[in-house]
Every structure is written in structure tokens, then in C-alpha cells.
Design a protein around this ligand. Sequence first.
Ligand code: SF4
Length: 418
Amino acid sequence: MKEISQIINGKRVIVKKPELLAPAGNLEKLKVAILYGADAVFIGGKEFSLRSSASNFSLNDIQEAVTFAHLHGSKIHVTCNIILHMDNIGGLADYLRSLDKIGVDAIIVADPYIIYLAKQLNLRLEVHVSTQLSTLNTSAISFYEKMKVDRVVLGREVNGDDLREIRKNTEIDLEYFIHGAMCIHYSGRCMLSNYFSRRDANRGGCSQSCRWYYDIYENGDKLNKDQIVPFSMSSKDMALVDYIPDLIEMGIDSFKIEGRMKSLHYIATVVSTYRKLIDDYCQDPDHFIDNIKYHQEIQKAANRALCTGFFHEFPNSTCQLYNQRDEHPTQDFCVRVLNYDHQSHLAMIEQRNYFKKGDFIEFFSPYHDNIVVEVKHIYNEDKDEVDVANHPMEILYLEVDVELLENDMGRKVIVNES
Ligand code: SF4
């Protein structure tokens, strides 16, 4: 295994920095993920991919994604993780050749035939085994190594001790989930959605039936009659903020964030928070103490309660959302900065959600600490002053004394009025 850290100028620094791998459901989110610190982004093509309802990428989109990513030193992984039926095989070889020609860095696969075919075609791109295959042990990993697979995306069900053991006993690249939604079944082995809505979770159509409300009966008696909210099987989301140092010291190669369907604000917030956390730790691991600020930042994008998944211990009832509705809106994403004029102190912005004079906006970016400003003056494109910003995507100008950067985002600060 590669050396994790070295003493440089009398100080230990991490020399094997993990890849931060972000999701993206469209080109705008992909570009933001890269600008906010992702070393690699995974996307779904229009063919042979799960998450069919996500706004998947055409080959032209993938070409644009690869060009943008490579220009910024990032990589593109494309999911080809469909479970193949007989009628899915036609066109597969040509599709893989096209991805390779475009310069895609890796494909994520779940069907053994795609692994075999990609290797037979002598493609340059890497082949990564999808989490859909629920790889949880070194023997399975050895099997994939023999198939010349380049990386294994482990199942979320691998706990911290097993992960350490797997890392010690394998050389292959390992990818591990650090953040995002969890299934209450083994990921990718769930039939609830098929049963209730004829939407196949294994073919990208999950209707999240586990999060619906249910009444439970035994021999005709309703067991949950005293509950205010009916029974639900939803899991809390996973956030491994506290375990990032452990994962870095173990030598895990790639840290994966889940959520190709998530919003721009979510991607920007989560990616930039983990970017800063990883960089801060790697720079001076022996004096790293402050996790609180990363927790606070992650909370701004969380619309569900968070837990540590399987990493620390087997998830118990405190990791579930039984009998409660726990989805809440995240802080309002209201502004994207297009540029900033130092002379006039006017920031040209794109409106993303309603705000008005007197509101406070917190601007964030991977390149500076958060900046909170009160909205004192808003101008439209004709430079006439307006009181409210209520037209989505309208170009407006805000007077801001502090320098803002292109692509900074602003979220409305929710003032507690109690
Ligand atoms: S229904 Fe729930 S547990 Fe099943 S695949 Fe969908 S999200 Fe996962």
C-alpha cells in the first residue's frame, strides 16, 4: 500500500490524499461540483445507467463534461450500472467505445458481462465495480482483481473495522460512501418499489416506497393505532464528517458523495465542506481538532436527520425515522454570483429564490470563509432600484462592500424570530 504520510520540514503531512467524488445530474451541477472542489464527478449516461429519472447526460453532454473536467484537473466517471436484460445488450459495445473515445476516465458497472466486455475491447478507461454488487469482503474483491477491475465501490454496509481489514489485505483502489441517503435494504437489492409502484429500483426507477407511511396489522389488529404519524421505514442520511481522518489514515482511495438528484445548493455545500475538511486534515493531521464548523456547514444542506451509517456500529433504531416526518427545508439558496465590480462594489447575480431588502445573505465558496451581508440595495438590469428579487434567473445587482467571487453562492439566513 502507498505511504499515507511523510515528515516534511519536521511536520507530518498526508501525501496520499483521497479523491473526493461528487454526483451530478446535469452539466450545471457537474461544473459547480468541480468548481467547488470535486476531484472527480460521477454521472449517468442516457443508456445503460440506473437513475433513469435523473436528467441523464447525452454523449454530447458527456463530451462537454469531460472537456470541462480535464481542463480543471478532475475526472469523469460514467455509470453503466444497469442490470442487463436480453434486450439491453444491443449497442453496448459501441456505447463503451464512444465513452472511451470521448475520454471518460472510468465506467461504473454492475453486470459481469460489462466488466468482461470493457476488458475485451481494450478500452483505456477504468472499470469500477458498482456498489450495486454489495461488495463487503476481501474474497469478493480478490475475485474482481482477477477480472482486472480497477476499483471496487464498497457497499455502504461495510463497517469501519471491516474496511480497515479490507484495506490491509487488498491493493486495489477502494471507494467508500461518506455522505448521502441510505436504503433500509442492502443497496440495490430491494423489491419494495417494484411491488408497490411497478418501478424497478434495480433499473433506476425507485419510488422510495420505504419512506411512504404504512399502517401495520397483525391478525386484523392495527399495531400502530396510538402513533400520531403512521409507520415509515426511512433511514436517516449518512454523514461521516467525524470519520474523515480515520478514512484518510486507512488509505481509502476515493470518498463518494451520493445524490445525482440533489440540488445545486446541496452539491456546492456538501462538496466544498468535505473539500475543506480533507485539505485541512491533510495539511496538518497531528493538530487537527475542529470538526464543529464542518458539521454546522453540512447541516445547511441536510433536509433529513443525519447518522453515521454502518461505519461506527450496526445502525440501531436511532438511525431510523420510524413514525416521524423528518424532512425539512434547507436554507434558501437565493443567489449565484456572476461577477463583482471592485469600483462600484456591485455584485452581478442570478436570482435563484425570493429575497428582499433587509434580508441577510450568507455567501459561500471553497475559496473563502462564509460572508454574511445585509441586503441594502437591489438593482435590476436597467440599474433601477427594486425592493424584492422575485423572478427566477433574473440578472440583478447587489451592493456588497466585501469582495465576492464568480460562482459564489448565497443562501438566505433564516432568522429565528422566537
Ligand atoms: S424503496 Fe427505499 S430501500 Fe428500496 S431501493 Fe428505494 S430507497 Fe432503497
